[in-house]
Design a protein. Structure first.
Length: 51
């Protein structure tokens, strides 16, 4: 599902476009991956990002 995940931080809107997924579905998957330590959630300019 998330092959091709960018190494640089991307906001959730950019990731939904790249992965062609809806925001709630992608958010749930990213949350699960973040809990496992596979992706990292950060905030830049008050907007959540993942790397």
């Amino acid at each position: 599902m998330l092959t091709g995940m960018p190494l640089s931080g991307k906001n959730l809107e950019e990731l939904t476009e790249m992965k062609q997924m809806d925001l709630p579905g992608l958010g749930k998957r990213l949350d699960a991956l973040a809990r496992k330590g596979l992706v990292f959630r950060t905030a830049k300019g008050g907007r959540p990002q993942c790397r």
